[in-house]
Design a protein around this ligand. Structure first.
Ligand SMILES: O=C[C@H](O)[C@H](O)COP(=O)(O)O
Ligand SMILES: C=C(OP(=O)(O)O)C(=O)O
Ligand SMILES: [Mn+2]
Length: 447
């Protein structure tokens, strides 16, 4: 195991760059103390694992693997129970089994989990019934409750985020290494999903997978060897003080790693090539992602590649496009062509959630299942037309039966949103909707 506690080389200076979406902490000394505390603590992930993911992201950029990244928009401290973590892991494993069969390649499983505690917001304040307070920015910054005290940023929350991430990761490792990921078990869960008449249209698919499983068994495949899977953690590298405090140097290679997660991404609101967030990720060896919205220019994109993957190392940089179903076919091709002409490899991933957010007539922030799928289809079509590789999907989902997104086989309508709307920020696909998406993406993967 690499030694990630070794003294740290100088981290490239993001402090001199413009930094957006950061909390303003009232107590600078308290912030400094938390930073010092975090720096003294063990890493959450290890260099060898991070390098393994980088190699798998490289495979995905070449069509030799497919990335499935999913989890809450905002994880909460309150909802970090074993059941909630288990159901998310289960949902991702079930989706991955379907996608693996369809793609005939390994599926790289990455949770938006164990660290997704900081949120960029479109407004600095929130007003309810004439009262205006600072916006909720994720549990690692402030509290969701709508009171003046709750909304004050508290640096001690970063320490809590570190501890929650550690316990979440511990449970994920236990599930995925301890037999919970057994392919036979995962397949039987998927059979349960198929038993619902709402998903009858996928039946022939399920029958095929069934047959493939029996073939494997007859051919003597050692299913016990398939009981363990690699499962990685990712989150948005938003909170600069936290991410900086989690950087460690690998004593064998001398490289710096952000040990808060295997993969970190920069959000659409903080992705300026000359800004602090990109500078922070420039200095670390993790695989990184950048969210790419519909207004991104070719020059912005090439500048991001110059900063984040100057040498064109495969697996280093993923471009996570979130254009909106209406705009993807117009906005994506020029960007793909620019990257193609540049020649440095990237892993293209679709985030069909963030460009498709609407407000329902009864006031819920929501998304339609059909619109989400329309963006995924647009993503596949553009890449197929240009001869590039659709490398993966990035989705906001949960393993619970929430009612936050409209539609899908269960036909969640506006009235149903009131039933179980639990997200702290953006609406997530529920367990059933997530599996339905996996079957639809499977059809796209088979072309
Ligand atoms: O999750 C992403 C962003 O934080 C979110 O889409 C912004 O939401 P807001 O417009 O409610 O701030
Ligand atoms: C904030 C998010 O996305 P984006 O940066 O693409 O808006 C997110 O993934 O929750
Ligand atoms: Mn979100």
């Amino acid at each position: 195991m690499n030694d990630l506690n070794a003294p740290r080389a100088a981290v490239p200076s993001w402090r001199a760059r413009p930094a957006y979406q950061q909390p303003s902490y009232p107590d600078a000394a308290a912030l400094e103390a938390v930073g010092a505390d975090l720096r003294s603590r063990p890493p959450l992930v290890f260099a060898g694992e991070v390098d393994a993911l980088r190699a798998q992201m490289a495979a995905a950029s070449q069509g030799r693997a497919f990335v499935l990244m999913g989890g809450d928009c905002a994880e909460s401290f309150e909802d970090s129970s074993a059941t909630s973590i288990r159901l998310k892991v289960q949902t991702i494993l079930q989706m991955a089994a379907v996608l693996t069969y369809a793609a005939s390649t390994p599926v790289v499983k990455i949770g938006r989990m164990a660290g997704q505690y900081a949120k960029p917001r479109s407004a600095d304040t929130e007003t309810r019934d004439g009262v205006t307070l600072p916006s909720y920015r994720g549990d690692s910054v402030n509290d969701h409750a709508f009171t003046p005290e709750a909304r004050v940023p508290d640096p001690a929350r970063m320490l809590e985020a570190y501890l929650r991430a550690g316990t979440t990761l511990n449970l994920i490792r236990a599930f995925t290494m301890g037999g919970y990921a057994d392919l036979r078990e995962v397949h039987s869960w998927n059979r349960g999903f198929m038993a619902n008449p709402a998903y009858k249209r996928f039946e022939s698919f399920a029958v095929e997978i069934d047959r493939a499983m029996r073939f494997m068994e007859a051919a003597g495949v050692d299913f016990d060897a398939l009981r363990q899977v690699d499962f990685y953690a990712s989150h948005e590298a938003l909170l600069l003080e936290y991410e900086d405090a989690m950087i460690r140097q690998d004593s064998r290679s001398g490289r710096l790693y952000d040990t808060s997660a295997h993969l970190l991404w920069v959000g659409e609101r903080t992705r300026g090539a000359g800004d602090a967030h990109v500078a922070l990720l420039e200095g670390v060896h993790n695989p990184v992602g950048v969210k790419i919205g519909p207004t991104t220019s070719r020059d912005e994109l090439l500048a991001l590649i110059d900063h984040l993957n100057p040498n064109g190392d495969p697996g280093r940089l993923s471009l996570i496009t979130r254009m909106g179903a209406q705009r993807i076919r117009q906005a994506l091709p020029a960007l793909v062509e620019a990257v193609q002409a540049d020649g440095r490899p990237v892993t293209w991933i679709t985030d069909p959630m963030h460009g498709n957010t609407i407000t329902s007539d009864n006031g819920y922030k929501t998304r339609r299942f059909d619109t989400i799928m329309a963006e995924v289809r647009g993503f596949f079509e553009v890449h197929r037309e240009l001869g590039t590789v659709p490398g993966g999907i990035h989705v906001e989902l949960t393993g619970d039966d929430v009612t936050e997104c409209l539609g899908g086989g269960e036909q969640i309508d506006e009235a149903a949103l009131a039933r179980r709307y639990e997200t702290l920020v953006d609406p997530r696909l529920n367990h059933q909707q997530s599996l339905e998406m996996a079957f639809e993406v499977a059809e796209l993967l088979r072309g």
